[in-house]
Structure formats: C-alpha cells, structure tokens
Design a protein around this ligand. Structure first.
Ligand SMILES: [Zn+2]
Length: 260
C-alpha cells in the first residue's frame, strides 16, 4: 500500500524523501486562484520518479454550480489542470464534488457534472483519471452525503469517474466511518485514493479542519480500518509539516503492518 502526503509543490520529490513517502499530492497552481497551471521544468524528472504523484485541483473549481461565471471557467480550469497533471505523470487529478447555491436545484448540479465530462469528451476526454472527492460542508453539496453521491454517479453513468474518500470530510460531513467503504463502493464501484485525515471538527459539524491522525475527534483505528477496507493508496493532508506528516505516515505503516 503506497502511503504519502500532500506537500509543497516546489520540489515534491524532496518533500517525499523527507517524509519517507511513497506518494505525494501537490497543487499545480494557486489553490484559491483561477490561473491556469504553467508547464513544469521538472516534468521529466517527475514522470520518471518511482514516487506516485497525485495532483489536487484548485478549491475554486465548482463545475456543479448554476452560476455561469463560476461553472464555465471551472470546466476550463479543470481541463487545463488535467492536461498539466498528465504531463507530470500524475495518477489522478483530485477535485471536490462542488455544490449548488441555496435554493438552486441539486439535480441541475449533477447534470452540470455530466456536462463537464461531455465537454472534456469533445476534446478527447480527460487524459488521466478524475477523482471526485467527498466534501465536509454545505447543505447543497454534490458529494457530502452518500444519497447525493449516488445521484451524482447516476448522472455520470456514461463516463469513467474515480473517487477519492477523505476520512475527515466524511466524519465532519456526517457519514459514519464504520462500514463506509462498502457503502461508498456500492455507489461508485471503486475507491482510487484515501485522504487519511483526522478531524478537528466533530461528527456532522460540516467543518473542513484536518488534524493529525492520533489527534482530533475520530478514533484513529477507524481511519486505519477505512484504509484497510479500501485497499487504495493513501495521502495524508495533515498539519505539522515534515515532522507531523512523517509521524502520520509512520503511524499508518505501523498499524497496517501490524495486522498484515
Ligand atoms: Zn482531502
């Protein structure tokens, strides 16, 4: 099982080495901005590395919204990030499920997701797996609660879509971690990546506040159980820099190895 961390994008391979990580996730542009990613000078080195790479799309992307001024640039930006992520050999591009505004019809949001994949298909399709991630907050989210996720997957039925399960988001979003992998897989058929995070916010608080694995409001054994059940690669998106994340990775290796 490949385990790694979300790291600073300047030199992801050095960050991986510093954490003894087998995988890294990073941004290719400002996560709060709309700028298209620039080609990376180290693309060849990244492609050749034996560290597994994942790219996280900017948080501003919301392809579900009924607001044209957000949805249209979101589609474009997602496609741009997909091309840039493929150019560095990433195994997947993670993007949040998004939401519609209060009073808007969530069904239109799901259909906007379908249109996003149709838009990509017009130019040959996404060049790498798109992993839609569950989110923690909001009352109109496409991928917070599993009933919404099921409707999203129904809408995307014609397309190849991956899923990234974040343990903090699930817990804070109000989904019990016990048995969650089976409930998700019954909908998506797959889990491509686990974001292994503890949560500063309590169950169903809607707060997206990550904590180190042995801190927070989630029993760490439950996070380990989710990883074991999913059998997917793991990225920790936890605080504490090199030290904090290296400790989280070592904790997971110890726990997962112990029961093997
Ligand atoms: Zn995450």
């Amino acid at each position: 099982m490949r385990i790694g961390a979300h790291v600073d994008p300047t030199d992801p391979l050095a960050e991986a080495a510093a954490r003894d990580a087998e995988a890294v996730q990073f941004f290719l542009a400002d996560p709060q901005g709309w700028k298209a990613p620039k080609p990376r000078e180290d693309a060849e080195r990244l492609r050749a590395a034996d560290v597994d790479l994942y790219v996280h799309a900017p948080y501003v992307i919301n392809v579900a919204t009924l607001n044209n001024r957000i949805r249209i640039p979101s589609r474009k930006l997602l496609l741009g990030h997909a091309a840039a992520a493929a150019a560095v050999g990433a195994r997947g591009l993670i993007v949040h499920g998004g939401h519609v505004n209060a009073g808007d019809d969530l069904a239109v949001g799901f259909d906007n997701w379908r249109k996003t994949f149709a838009y990509a298909a017009d130019s040959g399709g996404f060049p790498l797996p798109i992993l839609i991630e569950n989110t923690a907050g909001g009352e109109n989210a496409c991928a917070r609660h599993l009933d919404a996720l099921a409707r999203l997957w129904d809408a995307l039925g014609d397309y190849e879509v991956g899923f990234c399960l974040d343990t903090c988001h699930a817990h804070a979003g109000g989904e019990e971690l016990l048995g969650l992998v089976d409930r998700v897989k019954a909908i998506t058929g797959r889990i491509d990546l686990i974001h292994a995070n503890n949560s500063k916010g309590t169950f169903n608080s809607g707060q997206d506040r990550h904590d180190n694995l042995t801190g927070g409001t989630i029993d760490p054994e439950l996070v380990v159980a989710v990883i074991r059940a999913a059998g997917a690669p793991v990225i920790v998106e936890t605080p504490g820099g090199v030290e904090g994340q290296a400790a989280d990775i070592a904790f997971l290796r110890g726990q997962l190895g112990a029961a093997a």
